[in-house]
Design a protein around this ligand. Structure first.
Ligand code: NAD
Length: 266
């Protein structure tokens, strides 16, 4: 099935641009790898979050039941040296936003919690966030929401376990924690859009985190073509029509330049 063998990277980029132009419904599926060029560290690699944090602190049950675990999570900036709003989108995020402006994007389905697709210019309603978004903080009792920057100011003023200003409830980052249910609407919508697309482009995901990683498989099962841009191996490499092993930022910028040229919009 793969059209990858024997082709140069330039030929593969051109072929992917052709596929985007020909396709009616293009879904882009992204993972942590698309944001590494923005400087967001890997969770599991050397120096990653799990070398500085006990992953069990990121279980939903512990967060809601243990104030000491919450305090450790809220100290994240001190512990890992960054907060989520320190990062900017990179050329891969901008290229996907350009696909939307060109009318060639059905939606982005992302496992990322960094909000960089929206900051690059994708509309809120084009981004399906399967694992939530760490830029937002929500009250678990009344649902009141705050930007992370606002809560960060409370933390800097010495509050260790911030509470909801409306009702006193527990505040939690909207990123999905271990043991927390997947968001129902997002999961169903992602499955529907994957099943209905005719091209699914996977960017920067090893596809090993489930159920999110199943979305490209749904697309494939329903007859869509699959393109994979990823530096490492993925579980769907054998089934990909186009497989490019390279940095997402470089590849996606070139792909979108060619799409614009083929559409006569450059
Ligand atoms: P993963 O870590 O399992 O896979 C990332 C893949 O991207 C790897 O195969 C890696 O080789 C590849 N990669 C790294 N940099 C790349 C680049 N510049 N260009 C192309 N490929 C590159 O990631 P996953 O599949 O998303 O699963 C990890 C889980 O951790 C997800 O649930 C995600 O929510 C979460 N996570 C999110 C962020 C974020 O929001 N930015 C960061 C880390 C982890």
């Amino acid at each position: 099935m793969s059209e990858t063998s024997g082709k140069t990277r330039e030929e593969l980029i051109d072929k992917l641009a052709d596929l985007i132009v020909e396709s009616e419904r293009v879904v882009v599926f992204t993972g942590a790898g698309i944001s590494t060029e923005s400087g967001i560290p890997d969770f599991r690699g050397p120096g990653g979050i799990w070398t500085k944090y006990d992953p069990s602190d990121f279980t939903y049950q512990k967060f809601v039941s243990d104030p000491e675990a919450r305090k450790r999570i809220w100290k994240m900036k001190e512990t890992i040296g960054f907060s989520w709003n320190d990062f900017q989108p990179n050329p891969a995020h901008f290229a996907i936003a350009e696909l939307e402006r060109l009318g060639k994007l059905d939606c982005v389905i992302t496992q990322n919690v960094d909000g960089l697709h929206q900051r690059a210019g994708n509309s809120e309603d084009k981004v399906i966030q399967l694992h939530g978004n760490m830029e937002w903080i929500k009250c678990l009792t009344c649902g009141d929401r705050h930007r992370f920057e606002e809560v960060e100011r409370w933390l800097e003023s010495g509050i260790e376990d911030p509470k909801c200003v409306q009702c006193g409830g527990i505040l939690k980052p909207e990123g999905i924690f271990f043991g927390e249910a997947m968001p129902v609407w997002e999961t169903m919508e992602a499955q529907k859009r994957s099943t209905e697309c005719d091209l699914c482009i996977v960017i920067g995901s090893s596809l090993v985190v489930y159920p999110a990683g199943l979305m490209p498989q749904y697309a494939l099962n329903a007859g869509a073509k699959i393109a994979i841009i990823n530096e490492g191996e993925t579980d769907l490499d054998h089934a990909a029509h186009i497989r490019i092993s390279a940095k997402a930022g470089e590849v996606m910028s070139d792909v979108v330049k060619r799409v614009k040229s083929k559409l006569g919009k450059d």
